[in-house]
Design a protein around this ligand. Sequence first.
Ligand code: PAF
Length: 273
Amino acid sequence: MELIVAHDRADLEKARSSGSVALVPTMGALHEGHRSLMRQARALAEQVVVSVFVNPLQFGPGEDFSRYPRTFDTDLDVCAEEGVDVVFAPSADDMYRPDRQVGVSAGEMGAIVEGAVRPGHFDGVLTVVLKLFNLVRPDVAVFGQKDAQQLALIRRMVADLDLPVEIVGAPTVREPDGLALSSRNRYLTTDDRRTALALSRALLAGAAESAPASVRAAATAELAASGLAVDYLVLVDPATFAEVPDSFSGQAVLAVAARVGTTRLIDNVLVTF
Ligand code: PAF
């Protein structure tokens, strides 16, 4: 089957199958991590729809909206290679009415950790994801665990708003040296990239420990030695993103965000106590 490219909601409606549909929402600049989401989606439904939309609503003032990598032709090649059925690539005008008023609020959970550094970011993410769910009407949607707080908030939105879609989280894909794949990695200079490896090293050092306090201490020590400008390092409940106590047992997320040169990177690992 040939890949269909839907540039607006009318094209999408024509291309949408009456069978089961899996959606992979992306902002393009597709890499191996996105390919793994597409493969998961392929196994879950008859039709796979990938959305490619750099969502202005989720970028704050001074963030990288205008320089965010846009590689649409290569993205289409990636989607064709992965057997995707439909690429939905709307314009901002097609997605957002000029007199738009109403959006999704990510609530208190959207204002902590990553949300404390990027106010309004998760409101923008949830608003576009809800719109994509309404337009594509997928049975299942696949998101990367790399954006762990985003994944948790999307699950929360689905539960709180009774959305008829199953959310699947897919593991983070890493370079052989540990760097988590991200569309923003292409901003990194060779030196930045070397420095950025401290993120995954810190997470690995933390994950090798067996109690919350020592996980935090080991990861903090590794970051302190790196010279990275760290925004946060937290050990949190994967569902709520609240910090876990030292007595915690169960699964937690060790999450980090730091700036390397002009690039901001996030990463996380799951740790079980
Ligand atoms: O993870 C992303 O690429 C974006 O936040 C998403 C989910 C496509 C919404 O714009």
